[in-house]
Design a protein. Structure first.
Length: 132
């Protein structure tokens, strides 16, 4: 992964983790960057147990079938899946279409329980706008 992409994702994921903690002080949020591809993952823990993963995708990783397994895991393990796409590459209408399709593919690809799906657009400053 290019250094500038890595720094960008680190900033966005770090700000998302801070925002989650500010929303709910009982949550401890941390983030990591995927070694396989330019994407970030924010992990939320409550009382020592992981309660959610949020996936921060780039244009290169958005809607890639290889990551469907990660989303299905989060749906089955935590009952929630959150995916964020960059607003620099997607209009709200296109992002909504991609995220809606992704929600359906998660349900059809092995989700064994009901799950909550949240879809976001994010900007370079780490601001997230909820679409779904």
């Amino acid at each position: 992964m290019k250094q500038e992409v890595k720094a960008y994702l680190d900033t966005v994921a770090g700000r998302r983790a801070q925002h989650l903690q500010k929303q709910d002080p009982s949550i401890k949020a941390s983030h990591t960057l995927d070694d396989r591809a330019p994407r970030g993952v924010v992990k939320a823990e409550k009382e020592g147990s992981i309660v959610a993963f949020e996936f921060i995708e780039t244009a290169k990783t958005a809607a890639v079938h290889a990551y469907l397994e990660d989303y299905v895991f989060a749906a089955n393990e935590f009952g929630t899946v959150s995916v964020a796409l960059p607003e620099t590459d997607y209009t709200p209408a296109i992002a909504t279409t991609i995220l809606s399709d992704l929600r359906g593919r998660i349900a059809k690809s092995g989700a064994t329980r009901k799950f909550i799906f949240a879809g976001y657009l994010y900007d370079g400053m780490g601001n997230f706008r909820k679409l779904l």
